[in-house]
Design a protein around this ligand. Structure first.
Ligand SMILES: [Zn+2]
Length: 449
């Protein structure tokens, strides 16, 4: 049990955010009780009397803030080792010449190294849950690591049965792709007491046959699981799909009846009006990855418009080769700044909107809204603790959301907790993470190219 006393708590809401000094008790992986107010000595007495037993008291010293652990709804942890090696290229060239050959070369060891490195980076920058896209192979390594660590992970192997001119080692048949995905689903979905979830991951239209997509949709409907796919990211990709099918990305998915409320479209930079309406009608979600879109020269998704239309929009860092950081702070800041800037309107996208994307909306996209995404008694204790008494977050009490989104970064993250367990605290990772790191990474320098 942990008693977090003398903290500030920022709880995201649909309209207003609740911000107050208070104390919070974590028991059996859950937020057991919250007491509001500054009288932390009284809180401590009350809570210790109500919850007897071994407890660690942590003093926030009226400078630390608790927010729901950040939820990233698009990331490729498997790509972390290719950071800083795929610069200044457009999407399709970047995939073909860099990302796919890299993924084809991943074995058990290098997959483990990539995932642990990525995990350390996201934990130390406040992320406690992800929607991850793996590669064609070695997905079970990712689930095994997540299971041992106790991280909240939703993800699945990339599905690619229809790559024109396939990369050696990175192709599969329709049957292989479906069978392998179903086997992984059966083995890991709702595993580790519900911390793991399987999501079907057809990579994008250019690498998937229509039949694969249809079968994915059927499996998703039958089992109520997420379909996680890239779409309408880059102009050249959209043009190619239009040439082959006569449709835009989303219009084609609708044409073959693949859109549903479980569909999560990553990027959605280039949509026509009909496609925007289709996404709203079928309650599909969109995930915004502003750094990746800018770096690959893909464009800027009209996120403010999507939000006005009522779309559910999440936020993610995408992969290390296209970002190149996996810290969600840069995405929160960019998501706000881009909409203000391109629309010449500083009223658009206040900081709260970005924080909603990584809390309430992220939880909704992962279908975990009843468990995570807010600070409420009874919810799972997935938390980030930020030290706000820093120069870059000065005056945070006046506007905590702005302080987090525009001023804070990974330096402000003191701790991240998943289901009541600290996975990162004051610069140190859990023993399991360090042990796995030693096991996979004999020497990272040997891997540098
Ligand atoms: Zn991606």
């Amino acid at each position: 049990m942990y008693l977090l006393k003398n903290f500030y708590i920022l709880n995201p809401g649909e309209q207003e955010f609740d911000f107050y000094p208070g104390s919070l008790l974590v028991k059996d992986g859950k937020i057991a009780k919250i007491l509001k107010g500054e009288n932390h000595r009284e809180h401590q007495e009350k809570l210790l009397a109500e919850f007897p037993g071994a407890i660690e008291v942590i003093d926030g010293q009226a400078r630390r803030l608790i927010f729901p652990g950040f939820i990233q709804t698009h990331i490729h942890l498997c790509q972390t080792l290719h950071r800083n090696l795929a610069e200044d290229m457009p999407l399709l060239q970047w995939l073909r010449e860099e990302v796919w050959p890299y993924e084809a070369a991943l074995d058990r060891q290098t997959m483990g190294q990539a995932v642990i490195m990525g995990l350390k980076e996201i934990l130390s920058s406040g992320t406690t849950a992800v929607l991850d896209m793996g590669s064609i192979h070695q997905q079970e390594v990712i689930f095994d690591i997540m299971s041992k660590v106790g991280f909240r992970y939703t993800g699945g192997k990339a599905m690619m049965d229809n790559v024109i001119d396939p990369i050696p080692g990175l192709s599969e048949t329709l049957a292989e792709s479906i069978d392998k995905s179903i086997r992984l689903y059966e083995k890991f979905h709702r595993g580790n007491e519900g911390l793991l979830h399987y999501a079907l991951a057809p990579r994008f239209l250019l690498s998937c046959s229509a039949e694969l997509l249809r079968q994915v949709k059927i499996f998703s409907d039958e089992n109520d699981i997420i379909i996680h796919t890239h779409g309408a990211e880059h102009r050249a990709e959209v043009d190619l799909i239009k040439r082959e099918t006569g449709f835009g990305n989303i219009a084609y998915l609708d044409e073959i009846n693949v859109l549903n409320s479980n569909t999560v479209i990553i990027h959605a930079v280039h949509l026509d009006d009909e496609e925007k309406s289709l996404l709203v009608e079928c309650s599909a979600s969109v995930v915004h990855c502003p750094s990746a879109n800018l770096k690959l020269g893909s464009g800027i998704a009209p996120i403010d418009e999507y939000l006005q239309d009522g779309m559910t929009v999440g936020l993610g860092c995408d992969g290390a080769p296209c970002n190149n950081t996996l810290s969600i702070f840069s995405e929160m800041k960019l998501a706000c700044l881009l909409q203000k800037g391109v629309n010449n309107d500083p009223m658009l996208m206040p900081a709260e909107e970005a924080l909603r994307m990584v809390s309430l909306r992220g939880a909704e996209i992962l279908k975990l809204g009843s468990m995570i995404g807010t600070i409420e008694a009874g919810k799972e204790a997935d938390l980030v603790i930020l030290d706000m008494d820093t120069p870059q977050t000065f005056n945070f009490r006046r506007n905590p959301a702005a302080a987090i989104v525009f001023g804070a970064d990974a330096r402000n993250v003191e701790a991240t907790m998943v289901r009541g367990k600290f996975l990162y605290r004051e610069g140190r990772f859990s023993e399991t993470i360090e042990a796995l790191d030693r096991c996979f990474n004999t020497s990272l320098r040997l891997l540098e190219r």
